[in-house]
Design a protein. Structure first.
Length: 475
């Protein structure tokens, strides 16, 4: 098979939150990557509109959390309406207080289009690129690289390709990777970004179903003048996504008049489903985000799981491309992320069906990789509530150093808490933080991966050097 010179190291197909987050992570590592987007501009709608606490930690590390905070807000309290009257409040999420080890304690609302603008700006700041009007229609791969065939007739070639091109992923279909799933709710749902007069922006307004009409929810989108309208329809109904159709739905299901919808900015319709790709990898091609797992929007797990896919994959691609780690490291992406995606799909579906509340699990702080082949716990006795290898590395302060500040960046971090850290075993790229025992961690040595999870833990340094050597980080 004839091959051509590489155009870049990594091609990322899709400039949604997943693709842009991966682009940012690779760009800050100096990896030559190109984000391809079939459309002529970034996605214009709100769709995924919230970040869970764990994803806020990821955004902190990627250098955009301040921008996200500046344009967003907490989710508003739900207000139930009946016959034009307010009849009660509904709290969407169970309350949680911030703590030293978990500083981001609640879901944070930012419409998807604005998230993409922030990530795209960060990508450009780091020297990364997005190529619009580049629709990938197919892929071919060989022992040295991947060729992306464009619908325009051209092609691009890279060492690896990541499909972040959504639930209808053309790359996934071209690879012949199936998806296994179910329809969560056969009722179609209208989603629209609109301007409305006559509603306050302090509440998420809910108009329950009544005879002849279905549910209507109108949520003010933080940092904008827009509201997101969501309306459910009976199974088999045709959804009119035109501006007049949106106005009609709002007027029929609330006390508002059609003309109170002063502008319709974006519309879509969907049928909630849950589906998981049979594989997350085929050779040099990886699936991430909606291309790998499709969620019901309930519980706000889809976008968050997707961004964390990118965060898991970025440091591994970098390590392999640099020659610091063997190509086999990339096998751990599917090993670690596919079970997490399956778990989050179950959670999204349960929330949608009203079987569980939006509580601690939806914050995604408990996600971990204890069973991963990359995880090494060498201690014989660990307290039940203490951090173990494979767990998320909590925040905190050690000798005046905030841990999230120490973790921030593309490096590994060794925490030596009441234990000796042997300089001889640690390479120059590993940041070392020394201090006494810490409440969340206890005593010991904790090696924190670039994606904020503890990879190795021990009471003594024995085995630390050989573990670091697997990733090219040893002395």
């Amino acid at each position: 098979m004839e091959t051509h010179a590489l155009d870049t190291d990594v091609l990322i197909v899709g400039a949604g939150p997943t693709g842009l987050a991966l682009g940012v992570d690779l760009a800050r590592r100096g990896v030559d990557a190109l984000v391809l987007e079939g459309a002529g501009a970034l996605f214009p709608g709100s769709r995924g509109k919230g970040f869970q606490p764990r994803t806020m930690e990821v955004l902190d590390d990627l250098g955009v959390v301040d921008a996200i905070h500046a344009v967003g807000a907490p989710y508003p309290v739900g207000m139930i309406w009946r016959d034009g009257e307010r009849v009660g409040e509904h709290h969407m999420f169970e309350p949680a207080e911030p703590s030293e080890d978990s500083p981001y304690n609640r879901a944070w609302m930012v419409p998807q289009w604005r998230t993409q603008e922030i990530l795209a700006a960060r990508l450009a700041e780091l020297g990364g690129r997005v190529a619009f009007h580049h629709e990938v229609a197919g892929v071919a791969q060989d022992a040295k690289g991947v060729t992306a065939h464009l619908s325009s007739g051209g092609s691009l070639r890279a060492r690896y390709l990541v499909a972040a091109d959504g639930g209808r992923s053309a790359v996934r279909r071209a690879l012949g990777i199936g998806m296994t799933g179910e329809t969560v709710d056969p009722s179609p749902t209208l989603v629209a970004d609109v301007r409305i007069s006559g509603l306050d922006r302090d509440n998420w307004h809910v108009f329950p179903p009544r005879e002849g009409v279905g549910l209507l929810a109108v949520c003010p989108l933080a940092g904008t003048e827009d509201f997101q309208v969501m309306a459910r329809f009976p199974e088999g109904a045709e959804v009119d996504t035109s501006p007049d159709g949106v106005r009609k739905v709002v007027a029929e299901r609330s006390h508002l008049a059609a003309e109170d919808v002063t502008e319709v900015r974006w519309t879509s319709d969907f049928r909630p489903r849950a589906a998981l790709a049979d594989r997350f990898r085929a050779g040099r091609v990886f699936l991430a985000g909606d291309a790998a797992h499709v969620h019901s929007p309930a519980g706000g797990q889809g976008l968050n799981t997707s961004v964390q896919d990118a965060y898991n994959l970025g440091w591994k691609l970098d390590a392999v491309l640099r020659g610091d780690a063997p190509a086999a490291l990339l096998d751990s992406y599917e090993e670690e992320r596919r079970p997490v995606a399956a778990q989050m799909l179950d959670l999204s579906t349960a929330v949608h069906r009203g079987e569980v509340r939006r509580g601690g699990a939806t914050r995604q702080l408990g996600i971990g990789y204890r069973d991963s082949s990359l995880t090494r716990e060498t201690r014989d006795a660990v307290a039940e509530d203490a951090v173990r290898a494979g767990d998320r590395a909590p925040d905190g302060r050690v000798n005046g150093v905030r841990l999230f500040d120490a973790f921030r960046g593309p490096h590994w971090t060794l925490l030596a808490l009441g234990a000796d850290a042997p300089d001889a075993a640690v390479g120059p790229a590993v940041r070392v933080v020394r201090g006494g025992p810490h409440g969340a961690y206890g005593t010991g040595l904790f090696l924190v991966r670039p994606d904020g999870y503890v990879g190795w833990a021990g009471d003594t340094p024995e085995g630390l050097g050989s573990y670091l050597d697997r990733f090219g980080q040893g002395a």
